[in-house]
Design a binder for this molecule. Structure first.
Ligand SMILES: [Zn+2]
Length: 583
């Protein structure tokens, strides 16, 4: 709804659905649902909370975090200016409001996103606040309710905003383990990194009437596929038809529906804490989890390779290097770095995605599960592999192989090289967002060593779906980013020709990400680049894999999972130096 004129702003609104001019008070009484056509207008977080929780029960959680501009990001405006503007126009500290409250007498922790604040984008502060709300739910043993409204990850915080998908997902995983209900309510719109993490990896997913949710936005999909989109694409009813949400709920019924769900799950809640999860049988069983002290430096990880090698290449040149068609692919590395690869196919649900290859192999005589994106060198190979862009079937195949590895006590090595997940109509129909979200969550609890290597392009959620790992390595000329430089330029600059500037602003190179602690080690490439000397690249990658994997084999699985969670927990706003009051 937009105001008709500044002076009448408080009095009248025009419906975005049917263009009726509506008396503001009448509209508010109707919960901001148009009485003429039923269109649900977007709600700010404070109003949403007012509509849902019991009067007088709301107890806001702290919303002020240390200022964070981890990248010193500047597009046409410096990022801090955009933050200041958003705060002034919304009266909110950030794009989420968190609270505890009761709903029909049932206690819950809530995190409500507000689209008015920089498009509800997920940055470090938002991730930290939602994570704390989840931790509060765990402490209080209450359900967690997430109400999403977001365009996706916050580009101005680069790959650190991508890490928030893992941070919040592991907090949801902890609630799952504790037997506590998590509910997400999709409101319009919910896209990108939020859709591909906590909006869809909760126990229950409700969609408010008229809400749209998807991994890739409709404009991007239209641009890439050149096809018209099906009627009602990504709307709540579409999501219900495709099995992606539990129900579509009218706003006026939302509170009652939540009350019923909370009542049902409260009745069934175990009186005692659940039995700890069984670890897989392995040689690690002879250790108690706490017997082996494994320490990780608390501060930023220092990369020896970076310290020795000054960053000489411009970020945009590195992007082009990472995309070079001659660059070794996952299958090349499976041939040159590993021995005896046996490929395993299929998601067991109806498809086998060619953009993901996986299977068992040996690394210096040790058995491992290798999963990676496969591109190709020729146009025909690239087309056959969908340019390394995994479909939901690919992510589900990867999930199956990760779980299998954990059951068999095999370490997982992932090789990440993708422009991003498949931005297509059928990928959305088949639940792209939820497939990625489930992989991210599963990796945060996988009881076996996970070693990820960004070998070429690490593109957004599609890359993270294979990269929540104990150690993350990156080839010297690889890139890892929350969005492509071209995509970022199209949104934050006047046009896509600003891609080189966006590439620099995003801090997507290996030395930058090492400094930010996202990557643990840079694997140097031969003097020119990987594609000029694949054999030497393979030799170096093999040495780096062994050096990083062998120490992990001695860590008991429970300890591994704990350390992995600590690794991703530190990407919240805490990283700017001020410790949160908790844990
Ligand atoms: Zn209307």
């Amino acid at each position: 709804m937009t105001a008709t004129a500044p002076r009448e702003e408080q009095l009248w609104s025009r419906c975005a659905g049917c263009a009726s001019l509506l008396y503001r008070k009448r509209l508010r009484r109707n919960l901001d649902v148009c009485p003429e056509c039923g269109a649900h207008a977007r709600l700010g977080a404070p109003e949403r909370l007012r509509q849902l929780v019991d009067p007088g029960s709301l107890c806001p959680l702290p919303d002020r975090l240390p200022e964070a501009d981890p990248l010193d990001f500047v597009d046409v405006l410096p990022y801090p200016h955009r933050l200041t503007g958003a705060r002034a126009s919304t009266g909110l500290a950030e794009a989420v409001v968190c609270a505890t409250a009761t709903i029909g007498g049932h206690p819950a922790a809530l995190a409500v996103m507000d689209f008015r604040f920089l498009g509800g984008s997920l940055g470090c502060a938002v991730g930290e606040l939602i994570t704390r709300a989840a931790e509060r739910a765990l402490d209080d043993r209450t359900p967690l309710i997430l109400i999403t409204a977001s365009g996706g990850a916050r580009m101005q915080e680069g790959v650190l905003s991508l890490m928030q998908m893992a941070t919040v997902s592991q907090a949801i995983a902890a609630l799952r383990e504790a037997g506590l209900l998590t509910v997400s309510i999709l409101t319009d719109p919910t896209y990108g990194g939020v859709a591909a993490s906590f909006a869809t990896n909760t126990d229950l997913v409700l969609a408010e009437s008229g809400a749209r949710m998807g991994f890739a936005g409709p404009r991007v999909i239209r641009q890439i596929t050149g096809r018209a989109l099906p009627e009602g694409f990504q709307t709540a009813d579409f999501l219900l038809r495709h099995g992606q949400v539990d129900m579509v709920v009218q706003r006026r019924s939302l509170r009652a529906r939540l009350m019923a769900l909370l009542a049902a799950t409260r009745a069934g809640r175990p009186a005692r804490p659940p039995v700890p999860r069984q670890e897989p049988a392995s040689r690690h069983d002879r250790f108690a989890a706490d017997d082996v002290a494994v320490t990780r430096p608390a501060g930023p990880v220092v990369c020896p390779a970076v310290a020795d090698t000054p960053a000489v290449r411009d970020a945009w040149d590195t992007v082009r290097m990472a995309r070079h068609p001659g660059r070794p692919t996952t299958l090349d590395y499976l041939d040159s770095v590993f021995d005896g690869f046996v490929e395993l196919h299929g998601d067991r649900l109806g498809a086998d995605c060619p953009a993901i290859v996986g299977g068992v192999a040996r690394l210096a005589g040790r058995h491992v599960m290798v999963i990676g994106h496969q591109k190709g060198h020729t146009t025909a190979e690239l087309v056959a592999r969908n340019f390394g862009m995994a479909s939901p079937a690919g992510h589900r195949k990867a999930l199956r192989l990760m779980r299998l590895a954990a059951r068999l006590g095999l370490p997982v090595v992932t090789l990440v090289d993708t422009p991003g997940a498949d931005p297509g109509v059928s990928a959305e129909e088949q639940g792209q967002a939820a497939a990625i979200a489930e992989n991210i969550l599963t990796l945060t609890v996988l009881p076996t060593p996970v070693l990820a290597v960004i070998t070429g392009e690490g593109g957004s959620g599609g890359a993270l779906a294979l990269a929540v790992a104990d150690r993350v390595l990156m080839l010297e000329n690889a890139v890892y980013s929350v969005i492509s430089p071209e995509g970022c330029a199209a949104i934050l600059w006047p046009d896509r020709s600003a891609a080189p500037q966006a590439a620099r602003a995003l801090r997507l190179t290996a030395p930058d990400l090492c400094r930010l602690g996202v990557v643990d080690e840079v694997v140097p490439e031969p003097s020119s680049a990987a594609h000029d000397d694949p054999a030497e690249t393979a030799h170096r990658l093999r040495a780096a894999l062994l050096a990083n994997l062998l120490p992990l084999l001695d860590v008991p699985p429970a300890m591994l999972v704990r350390l992995r969670r600590q690794r991703f927990r530190r990407f919240g706003a805490n990283r700017s130096g001020v410790q949160a009051g908790r844990r």
